[in-house]
Design a protein around this ligand. Structure first.
Ligand code: HEM
Ligand SMILES: *[C@@H]1O[C@H](CO)[C@@H](O)[C@H](O)[C@H]1NC(C)=O
Ligand SMILES: *[C@@H]1O[C@H](CO)[C@@H](O)[C@H](O)[C@H]1NC(C)=O
Ligand SMILES: *[C@@H]1O[C@H](CO)[C@@H](O)[C@H](O)[C@H]1NC(C)=O
Length: 337
C-alpha cells in the first residue's frame, strides 16, 4: 500500500517536473502560453467578428490585406507582439507611428479601431489589440489567396511604446542581408523565417523613396543597382524621379500585387525584386538563394513555411497572464483620460 503510494508519487513527479522545467526557461509559467482556443469561452464570436470586418475592408480595397500583414510585423519586431505600434502620442507615449519605417507608410489603424469597437460591443474588455493584429494578418493572407494557419491567442497589450525600437529593430530596405538576418535573429527568428516572411512582399505597395537609391546611385558611383533588371529599372525611373515623387506608389510584386502567390520569388529570380532587401536574398547568401529558388519552384512549399513563420513571428515576446492590459481603445492606455 505504502510502497504503491510512494510509487505513484514518484511517477507523478516524473511527469510533472519536465513541465515545470519547461516553464522555468521562459519568463512566465508554462500555463500562460498562447493557444488558439483562448477566447472560445470568453468571446466565442471574436474570430468571426475580426474576419468579417477584414473581409469587408479587403473587398473595398485589396491593398488593406497587405497593410494589415505589415502592421502585425511592425508590432511584433518592437518589444514583441503587444500592440505597442497602435498607441498614439500622449503625455506618456511617444508613438511608434512617427518612426522612420512607419511614418507616412504604415496603414490600417482605422480598420483596427473598427474591429475593436465591434469586439468591445460583443465582449467588453476581453480581446486584446495585439490578438486583433495577429488574427487580421492571418485573415488578410487567406482572403487574398494565401495559406491558412491557426493563430495562437492570449496576447495582452503593452503599457508603453518604443520609437527607438521601431527605428532600430525593423529592417530597412537598403540594409545588407547580413544586417537583416541579424535583426531577425534578435527576435529569435532564423534565416528560413527571413526568406519566407519576405514573401509577404508578394502583396502590397512601396513608395518611391524606399527604393530610389537603387535606380540612380546604389553604391555612390552614380549608377543603378547592377542586380536590378535593366528594363524594369528604366520603367521604375518613369514614376520614381531622382528628386520628388517620394510617395509615388509601386507594387512590391508587379505581376499580381493583390494576390498572395509565389511570384515574388519568381520576380527575384529574374532581377525584378523591387526593394534592395528583396533582391539580396538571391545575391548575397547561398542559403537564402536556395530558399528563393525552392519557393519560386513550389508554391505549396512557400505557403507551408510562410504559415509556420507567421506563427513564429506571432510568438515574439507576448505579454500574458497579468502582464500589460486589454486596451479598450487600441490607441491609448486604459489609464488615459
Ligand atoms: C525582411 C525585411 C523587410 C524589409 C526591409 C521590408 C521593407 C518594406 C518596405 C520598405 C516597404 C514599403 C514601405 C513604403 O514605402 O511605404 C514594405 C512594405 C510591405 N511589407 Fe515589408 N519589409 C520586410 C519584411 C516584411 C515582413 C516580414 C512582412 C510580413 C510578413 C512584410 C510585409 C510587407 C507588406 C505586406 C508590405 C506592403 C504594405 C502595404 O501595401 O501597405 N515585410 N516593406
Ligand atoms: C509624436 O510627438 C513627437 C514629439 O512631439 C513628434 O515628433 C511626432 O511627430 C509625433 N508623432 C505622431 C505620429 O504624431
Ligand atoms: C539607407 O537609406 C537611408 C535613408 O535614405 C540613408 O540615410 C542611409 O545612408 C542608407 N544606407 C545605405 C547603406 O545606403
Ligand atoms: C551618389 O552618391 C554619392 C555618395 O553618397 C554622392 O557623393 C554623389 O553626389 C551621388 N551622385 C549622384 C549622381 O547623385
Amino acid at each position: 500500500m505504502a510502497t504503491s503510494f510512494m510509487g505513484s508519487l514518484l511517477v507523478m513527479l516524473c511527469l510533472v517536473s519536465p513541465l515545470l522545467l519547461a516553464g522555468a526557461v521562459h519568463s512566465e509559467p508554462w500555463w500562460y502560453g498562447l493557444f488558439p482556443q483562448f477566447y472560445d469561452r470568453s468571446c466565442p464570436q471574436a474570430k468571426d467578428i475580426v474576419r468579417s470586418i477584414v473581409a469587408q475592408a479587403v473587398a473595398r480595397e485589396p491593398r488593406m490585406a497587405a497593410s494589415l500583414v505589415r502592421l502585425h510585423f511592425h508590432d511584433c519586431f518592437v518589444k514583441g507582439c503587444d500592440a505597442s505600434v497602435l498607441l498614439d502620442n500622449s503625455s506618456s507615449i511617444v508613438s511608434e507611428k512617427g518612426s522612420n519605417p512607419n511614418r507616412n507608410s504604415l496603414r490600417g489603424f482605422e480598420l483596427v479601431d473598427e474591429i475593436k469597437v465591434a469586439l468591445e460591443e460583443a465582449c467588453h474588455g476581453t480581446v486584446s489589440c495585439a490578438d486583433i493584429l495577429a488574427l487580421a494578418a492571418r485573415d488578410s493572407t487567406v482572403l487574398v489567396g494565401g495559406p491558412y494557419w491557426q493563430v495562437p491567442l492570449g496576447r495582452r497589450d503593452s503599457l508603453d511604446a518604443s520609437i527607438q525600437g521601431s527605428n532600430n529593430d525593423i529592417p530597412a530596405p537598403n540594409d545588407t542581408l547580413s544586417t537583416i538576418i541579424t535583426k531577425f535573429k534578435l527576435q529569435g527568428l532564423n534565416l528560413v523565417d527571413v526568406v519566407a516572411l519576405s514573401g509577404g512582399h508578394t502583396i502590397g505597395m512601396s513608395r518611391c523613396t524606399s527604393f530610389r537609391q537603387r535606380l540612380y546611385n546604389q553604391t555612390g558611383n552614380g549608377m543603378a543597382d547592377v542586380t536590378l533588371d535593366v528594363s524594369y529599372a528604366a520603367q521604375l525611373r518613369q514614376g520614381c524621379p531622382q528628386s520628388g515623387g517620394d510617395d509615388n506608389l509601386f507594387p512590391l510584386e508587379f505581376v499580381s500585387p493583390a494576390k498572395f502567390d509565389n511570384l515574388y520569388f519568381k520576380n527575384i529570380l529574374s532581377g525584378k525584386g523591387l526593394l534592395s532587401s528583396d533582391q539580396v536574398l538571391l545575391t548575397q547568401n547561398a542559403e537564402t538563394a536556395a530558399l528563393v529558388n525552392a519557393y519560386a519552384a513550389d508554391v505549396d512549399v512557400f505557403f507551408q513555411q510562410f504559415a509556420q513563420s507567421m506563427v513564429n513571428m506571432g510568438n515574439i515576446s507576448p505579454l500574458t497572464g497579468s502582464q500589460g492590459e486589454v486596451r479598450k481603445n487600441c490607441r491609448r492606455l486604459n489609464s488615459y483620460h
